[in-house]
Design a protein around this ligand. Sequence first.
Ligand SMILES: NC(=O)C1=CN([C@@H]2O[C@H](COP(=O)(O)OP(=O)(O)OC[C@H]3O[C@@H](n4cnc5c(N)ncnc54)[C@H](OP(=O)(O)O)[C@@H]3O)[C@@H](O)[C@H]2O)C=CC1
Ligand SMILES: CC(=O)N[C@@H](CCC(=O)OP(=O)(O)O)C(=O)O
Length: 345
Amino acid sequence: MKAGIVGANGYSGVELIRLLLNHPQIKLEMLIAHSTQGMEIQSIYPHLNGIVEKTLEEFDADELAARVDVVFFATPAGVSKDLLPECLKRGLICIDLSGDFRLKNPQDYADWYHKDPAEQVLLNDAVYGLAEINRQQIEGATFISNPGCYPTAALLGLAPVLKNDVIDLQSIIVDGKSGVSGSGKKAALGNLFCEVNESVLAYKLGQHQHTPEIEQMISEISGEKNAITFTTHLIPMTRGLLCTTYANLKKGFSTRELLEHYEKFYEKSPFVRIRPLGTWPATKEVLGSNFCDIGLNVDGRTRRLTIVSVIDNVVKGAAGQAVQNLNIIKGWDEQTGLAFTPIYP
Ligand SMILES: NC(=O)C1=CN([C@@H]2O[C@H](COP(=O)(O)OP(=O)(O)OC[C@H]3O[C@@H](n4cnc5c(N)ncnc54)[C@H](OP(=O)(O)O)[C@@H]3O)[C@@H](O)[C@H]2O)C=CC1
Ligand SMILES: CC(=O)N[C@@H](CCC(=O)OP(=O)(O)O)C(=O)O
């Protein structure tokens, strides 16, 4: 199968190159960027020297359709909503890593991304690519909207307790911490080493674009409307994302009981690993891998559940989940091209 990447010289794009070069079913055929069109990828990323000969070319849906079978969009919000429909029309499998097609209500996109939304029919057609939860919808699909990094970690942590009245859905607080690669390669003010190093920053309080995405999926799983408190923090590390999620329990479950429930819930999901009682995951333990590791604690005193979930934001939070979704679409083993252990230390 031949693949193209739009936004190939960004952090998610170059991670897709790494993964797809090692995927036995994929041939990387076209790399498309924007400001670096016509340049050899090796001149932008020397570590790819000798591995990828392709140049970065201008976006042309006809040429893409003639040369590839699947196209990944690793572009900022507001780009794929104009370019991706042309690829869909030409029968390409489209997997979008941006937020352009995640929110089913176009007004939510306009309100939280401050950009013009895609057409409703396209939003309805996109399958939300949270692989472990929407696996059946993803099978055979041709249009995937890949989740954001924070929603991936938060929702995989919450999914097992969103039904059967286990938690009070109105009590959910998601506290996210992300490494700086989550911002992308643009050296924007606030992402420079001297500003980020040896500091922790809370940002976008009450206005993070992943808020409606998380609430939308909580509603889809639980059938109930909800409003979460969601806070994000910038952590002085390159990769890694940790969500600490809090919720009031409606029933008196123990930590051990819930861990057993999580183990069963994810027993057929090779990329979700549940930590033993009394241990909680660190981002370094999933670095460079497609794993999401989850740990729990029930505080009997407050009757509150705490969920700790970690991912590599560029892998499971973006490129890895996109490849996992392609594996599911094609009916390949879900771990194809992704079955490697984390890089440690
Ligand atoms: N970083 C992360 O951890 C995660 C990112 N995402 C999402 O993935 C997408 C990519 O993120 P990330 O890789 O971090 O971003 P980067 O800023 O690192 O890269 C963005 C890429 O898009 C390209 N681009 C911009 N405009 C266009 C255009 N009009 N046509 C073609 N290419 C264009 C840029 O090319 P050029 O440099 O030449 O302009 C660059 O290669 C974003 O939507 C982001 O929100 C989702 C989950 C996690
Ligand atoms: C550290 C950092 O800046 N992270 C970014 C994550 C961007 C992202 O992945 O979100 P979309 O795909 O929805 O744009 C943020 O918090 O906005």
